[in-house]
Design a protein around this ligand. Sequence first.
Ligand code: GLU
Length: 285
Amino acid sequence: MAGRPVTTGPVTRFAPSPTGLLHLGHAFSALTAAAHGRFLLRIEDIDRERCRPEYEAAISEDLAWLGLTWPRPVLRQSDRMAAYGAALRRLAPLCYPCRCRRGDIRAALSAPQEGAPPAGPDGLIYPGTCRGRDMADAGPDDVIRLDVGRAFAALGVDRLSFRDQDGADHPMGARDFAATIGDVILARRGMGTSYHLAVVVDDAAQGITLVTRGLDLFDSTWIHVLLQRLLDLPTPVYLHHRLIRDDAGRRLAKRDDARAIRHYREAGASPADIRAMLRFSPSAP
Ligand code: GLU
């Protein structure tokens, strides 16, 4: 007897943080992911201070209302600290503890005659003040940073790249990485991990083969590719989709409650209305 046919197609995910209500931008992201493969939901709740169970419940409700389904149980990052700890230990030889606060970094970076200090996808480009420190000296008030110069040297490469859904290759050289992204944080103060490390570990653990996410995260993707190489994890294909903006052209954020899916639901909109509002088309998101 033949069992169920083996379906091999892309595995996608939507990975919201339960720090507010989902808005139209999230709906677009989730619909895009679901249109491109087997859809998984992941709750990115490593920031325990900002995440709320009621928002997590609202996420499931709003996605179900939109017509999406996903396998249960849902992976929750707060249950995955051991996996992040293991990845961090593996990367420790390429890391250092850093005690600099944002003000220290800003002061180290700013020449009075120049404008705003350079920032990348992980915030201000870290000037390297703590780079010589040893991991054995890491204290509870430190963050853990990856020394990207040592990381590229350990890999023996001077560039990385990822492929997008259309087959285009997006390269990034080691020097550009250091200049435009810098020594990224792998463990935030008191958190044991960071967004970047957790995402990479979980995309691999969940077998995600196509990461669909907003263009605002495009530059973060190189960080993830570097971590995948260092941890011997596969690099998925990426699809960075357009951003949903408000009338003033600003990207929607959690504070935009007026654009919350919940708000439209309560005002009588249907899931089809939301798709129309987003000009969502499954074939050309
Ligand atoms: N949790 C991230 C967010 O809400 C999503 C990330 C991703 O696609 O990697 O923006």
